[in-house]
Design a protein around this ligand. Structure first.
Ligand code: GTP
Ligand code: MG
Length: 177
């Protein structure tokens, strides 16, 4: 069973409701590659469970478009934050963007689960999930469930573990509301 199918079935069994997951991250982090991985499964799902929708939207994390964020944040059930683990130089920029996102009025009041993909784990210079979590100060996120998974979006390695975690979180969120 494909990742997307599994996620849809699990969530769909709780409530037949559209689930929106937002995929964010700096340019070149691997967002489109992650999304494409889901898209292959989407076609299979359409035939099997047509009543369960799953939208993955993405936008570039550019300051210029920050006023659009609220629109995307408003209806989302979870966030996938993609990080290029091999891009050490821009890790400070990732932290800035993350902090801005967490401070956003549409985000800071919600108990939205955030899945971090420490992507490009196959690259020689890539940092471990522990080092990335420390650099981003993830341990300071107390009011939202979060999880970090190492991934290789090209081969799909690590995506399943992360998505399973996110599925469980969204399921709990939908059950409790
Ligand atoms: N080695 C390696 N390359 C990856 C991985 N994920 C993505 N890439 C490559 O990184 C480049 C950027 O990936 P995209 O998915 O286009 O990144 P993006 O975040 O959508 O970038 P923008 O659309 O510019 O914001 C592409 O050449 C991908 O093939 C990975 O896990 N490992
Ligand atoms: Mg892209």
């Amino acid at each position: 069973m494909g990742l997307f199918q599994k996620l849809s079935l699990l969530i769909g069994s709780v409530r037949k409701k559209q689930v929106n997951v937002l995929v964010v991250g700096l340019n070149n982090s691997g967002k489109s590659t992650v999304i494409n991985h889901f898209k292959n499964d989407e076609e299979k799902v359409a035939e099997i469970v047509p009543t369960v929708g799953f939208n993955i939207e993405r936008f570039q994390s550019h300051g210029r478009y920050r006023n659009l964020w609220e629109h995307y944040y408003k209806d989302c059930h979870g966030i996938i934050f993609v990080i290029d683990s091999s891009d050490r130089l821009r890790l400070v920029v990732v932290k800035e963007e993350l902090d801005l996102m967490l401070q956003h009025p549409a985000i800071c009041t919600k108990r939205l689960p955030i899945l971090f993909f420490a992507n490009k784990m196959d690259c020689k210079e890539s940092l471990s999930t522990v080092k990335i979590a420390a650099a981003l100060g993830l341990d300071k996120i107390m009011d939202k469930p979060w999880h970090i998974s190492a991934s290789n979006a090209v081969t799909g390695e690590g995506l399943q573990e992360g998505v399973e975690w996110l599925t469980q979180q969204i399921r709990e969120l939908l059950t409790n509301n």
